[in-house]
Ligand binder design. Structure first.
Ligand code: FE2
Length: 381
């Protein structure tokens, strides 16, 4: 069992992104204190409310949704916009039970691992679950839908359904695009422990809370979430790790009992700045997606971004992780696609080395289809 953060007590930050139109429900989710915010987006549609990428329907979430329902009408549609993102898939059955009158829409190619199970076994309600594109599209007059994939990942497919909400100009995506901020999202204001955990140099340091340490912890957390093992990180021997763990005051669960199996090299901040340059929030493909999901699917990804750029209404990007809303436009999406086409794709060096080693191992074991970077070997017919 993975030590999932934050166990039972899950806070939700509810924000209105576009007045009277779009709302964000954010929760922390992660493994071993690499806790990244996960977002459900709520859209106002003519028939009521549509939930895109549900989060766990805690009491706080249900109360927030009931308050919106009182103003704008019932939750009529629940959308699971990804076939592979487990963190978005798991909350769907519970959210569907919380709103028994809503229609549930899922992307084509839903799959389970290690066993392949029919949809009803994945917890999607029988009789009111529909497949996007195969069985139509919800609120098609108000939303412009574009599908990325299915891309063959070997063990399953990657599929993501984006939509443009014409009324607000919001482009909703799940994992394929993100905008990473310089500073920690306000969701961490209530519980900065994941940030403070990573702000240390050794496991025998206590968790001190200052604005600088929150910032530093955020930068490192982003590097973990982006590269799994950033280039400026050393993993010390377990003997050293366990010795540090015997420092007084650390034998409590908050600090993972003092276990901190990381050493950051002095240049680590440069690695963060290369990923998140100073200035406004930049829209990008998350490195972990580029190197492990899209390494041989650049053409399909670019084509999807360019199809999205054809929607003239786009003003904002609202992804399921990191910042939202991020300023966006058709021109910006076109420039993003051109930039991704011109630079080296899914590299093997520097920050990318660990992700590359995972991909290479999977290809060698024939668990994922091979082919050279940038080719569309993975595109399913
Ligand atoms: Fe995700």
């Amino acid at each position: 069992m993975l030590p999932l953060y934050p166990y039972g007590q899950r806070r939700t930050l509810i924000r209105e992104l576009i007045p009277g139109q779009v709302w964000s429900f954010e929760q922390l989710q992660g493994v071993f204190y690499v806790a990244v915010p996960i977002r459900m987006t709520v859209l106002r549609v003519q028939d009521g409310l549509m939930l895109y990428a549900p989060v766990a329907p805690t009491g706080e979430v249900r109360d927030g949704l009931r308050a919106l329902e009182a103003l704008y009408g019932p939750v009529c549609t629940i959308v699971l916009p990804t076939a592979s993102g487990l963190e978005h898939k798991l909350p769907v059955p519970a959210m569907a039970r919380a709103f028994p009158a809503a229609t549930v829409w899922v992307t084509p190619g839903q799959w389970s691992f290690p066993w392949r199970l029919p949809s009803s076994f994945l917890g999607f309600p029988l009789g009111r679950t529909k497949v996007l594109f195969d069985q139509g599209l919800p609120h098609a007059a108000e939303l412009h839908w574009e599908l990325l994939g299915p891309l063959d990942l070997g063990l399953g497919s990657f599929v993501e359904a984006a939509c443009v909400h014409r009324a607000s100009g919001c482009l909703l995506v799940t994992d394929a695009l993100v905008g990473i901020g310089q500073t920690p999202p306000s969701l961490f204001d209530g519980d900065p422990r994941p940030l403070l955990f990573h702000a240390r140099e050794r496991g025998n340091e206590p968790l001190l809370d200052t604005p600088e340490r929150r910032q530093l912890g955020w930068q490192r957390l982003v590097l973990f979430a982006s590269y799994l093992r950033p280039a400026s990180l050393e993993v010390p021997g377990w003997l050293e790790v366990v010795a540090d763990a015997f420092a007084p005051g650390l034998r409590k669960s908050d600090a993972y009992f003092g276990l901190y199996p990381f050493r950051w090299q002095p240049n680590w901040l440069e690695e963060f700045r290369a990923l998140v340059p100073d200035g406004g929030v930049r829209i990008q493909v998350a490195p972990i997606l580029e190197r492990l999901v899209f390494p041989r699917s650049r053409a399909a990804l670019l084509e999807w971004i360019r199809r999205l750029a054809a929607a003239q209404e786009v003003r904002w990007l609202v992804p399921a992780h990191y910042e939202a809303p991020v300023g966006c436009s058709p021109e910006l999406l076109k420039a993003l696609a051109d930039g991704l086409e011109q630079r080296p794709w899914a590299p093997n060096q520097g920050s990318w080395a660990y992700l590359a080693s995972i991909d290479e191992r999977l290809v060698r074991l024939k668990l994922v289809p091979g082919g050279s970077a940038g080719n569309d070997a993975s595109l399913k017919p």
